[in-house]
Design a protein around this ligand. Structure first.
Ligand SMILES: Cc1cc2nc3c(=O)[nH]c(=O)nc-3n(C[C@H](O)[C@H](O)[C@H](O)COP(=O)(O)O)c2cc1C
Length: 194
């Protein structure tokens, strides 16, 4: 069914976007490590009343190179990467075996902030996987076949922090992994104060 500039299109265009209120962003005190900045931002999202801020979109690649995306819960973030878990026998499990790469996206509407993470994916240790499974509710554990649960980590090569601004000069803080350290660049409104 074609939709030539009809009611759906104009209805979509009339929907408001970027209606939240961003917390202040001071480049002088900005964390210079993406893990620290992510922890700051997710805490500020919680303070602003964002529900379930640890919910994210995971993008994977299937054996034919066609992308897929699903909604997951973030299980941890530290120097080893951003952790997520699911059944190894799932579609995403097969996709991660075929192509151990992924991207993650967070969108926190009330604070007009989004975070993107991309990199290679590594399987966590058996101990970390067991700890994650043990932390699930008995009901959630019951649905998992023995040995099927897996914890993975995205080891980021690029992390982008995006903040919508009222004047539409949106702020971007981009971290790129280079030679074992992070290079950080700031653009948009946040760069004005530097
Ligand atoms: C809010 C929310 C959180 C979810 N969290 C997870 C999760 O942490 N792990 C998981 O395997 N699936 C989770 N799911 C289900 C996945 O989105 C997906 O439907 C399921 O894992 C099967 O995907 P697959 O067959 O492509 O692997 C969640 C779904 C929603 C809506």
């Amino acid at each position: 069914m074609t939709d030539p500039f009809d009611a759906t299109t104009s209805w979509l265009r009339s929907q408001p976007s970027l209606t939240g209120t961003a917390p202040s962003l001071d480049p002088a005190t900005l964390d210079d490590d993406p893990v620290l900045l992510f922890r700051t931002w997710i805490a500020e999202a919680v303070d602003a009343g964002v529900a379930e801020p640890h919910t994210m979109t995971l993008a994977t690649l299937d054996a034919d190179g066609i992308p897929d995306a699903s909604t997951l819960i973030l299980k941890g973030v530290d120097d080893r990467g951003w952790a997520f878990a699911g059944p190894r026998s799932s579609r995403k499990g097969a996709q991660l075996t075929a192509h151990p790469v992924a991207a993650l996206n967070f969108w926190w509407q009330p604070v007009v902030r989004a975070v993107r993470v991309r990199g290679r994916v590594e399987e966590a240790s058996a101990e970390d996987t067991a700890a994650d499974l043990a932390a699930r509710s008995p009901a959630a554990r019951a649905g998992v076949a023995p040995g099927d649960w897996k914890l993975w980590r995205v080891r980021p090569v690029r992390v982008e922090f995006w903040q919508g601004e009222e004047d539409r000069r949106h702020s971007r803080i981009v971290f790129v992994r280079s030679g074992g350290t992070w290079a950080r660049s700031i653009s948009g409104r946040a760069a004005d104060a530097m």
